[in-house]
Design a protein. Structure first.
Length: 245
């Protein structure tokens, strides 16, 4: 079995080489899984692509794809997903907030039959290390909204670490371009009644000065995305008149 690790990257020259090195070195072979690393440079204007090559050191498991211009995290994930060859796929950020040492914890439920696995920062620590108050509140609001609208039982809807069966993720018909990837996926899984398994993961937040790109407006867009798919499903339901012969 193969795991495709999907890494969207934009202006990440400071961290991407180290991320690639860590992902290359993480050992999941004891689980009977090989890996490939699919990185999409989303129109970076810095040395992101060169740093990917430095971190890869010629490793054939690492593939770099490039967008001519910045299209957004969701678009980069969709490009990586199109190129993935693994039966499983995992989204990995291009910074160092998440630990690759949690890969095995994420994979074990999947090997036991789970359809989707989310890594929960809040199952590891009630207040994740370094997370600002505004981000904490936004994460809680998004999670409560997702649970209420889609009958989930999540503790961390907006986590980066999301592990899927590749065919399942492709079947969702992703449309997102930006940071709304997480709410779109969660909404569509909920509408399809696909259960999400959570496992605790480690996390150390970075700030804007360290390159964090999520802004308060992205939180609003994420919330609106959750609501949009719920309302869209209701609008798409046939009325009694339309069901009549």
């Amino acid at each position: 079995m193969r795991l495709s690790i999907l890494i969207p990257a934009y202006q990440e020259e400071r961290t991407i080489a180290e991320v690639v090195r860590l992902v290359r070195e993480v050992d999941i072979a004891p689980l009977g899984i090989e890996k490939e690393i699919v990185i999409v440079d989303d129109g970076s204007r810095d040395r992101t692509a060169e740093e990917v090559a430095r971190g890869a050191e010629g490793d054939p498991r690492v593939r770099l794809l490039r967008h001519d211009q910045n299209r957004g995290k969701g678009a980069a994930i969709r490009t990586a997903l199109d190129a993935a060859t693994g039966e499983l796929c995992l989204v990995q950020d291009a910074d160092l907030e998440y630990s690759v040492d949690d890969y095995q914890a994420l994979l074990q439920p999947m090997l036991a039959g789970a359809e989707v696995v989310y890594g929960s920062r809040f199952r590891h620590r009630a207040w994740p290390e370094g997370m600002h108050v505004a981000n904490f509140v936004a994460n809680k609001l998004l999670t409560v909204t997702a649970n209420a609208l889609y009958r989930q039982h999540l503790t961390d809807e907006a986590t980066c670490f999301k592990l899927f069966r590749t065919a399942r993720l492709r079947a969702l018909g992703l449309e997102c371009s930006g940071f709304e990837f997480c709410p779109e996926v969660t909404a569509k899984l909920g509408l399809a009644r696909i259960p999400i398994t959570e496992v605790p993961i480690r996390y150390v937040a970075r700030g804007v000065e360290a390159g964090k790109k999520v802004r308060w407006t992205d939180g609003i867009e994420a919330w609106l995305t959750l609501v949009k798919y719920r309302l869209k499903r209701r609008a798409d339901r046939p009325t009694a008149a339309s069901r009549a012969p």
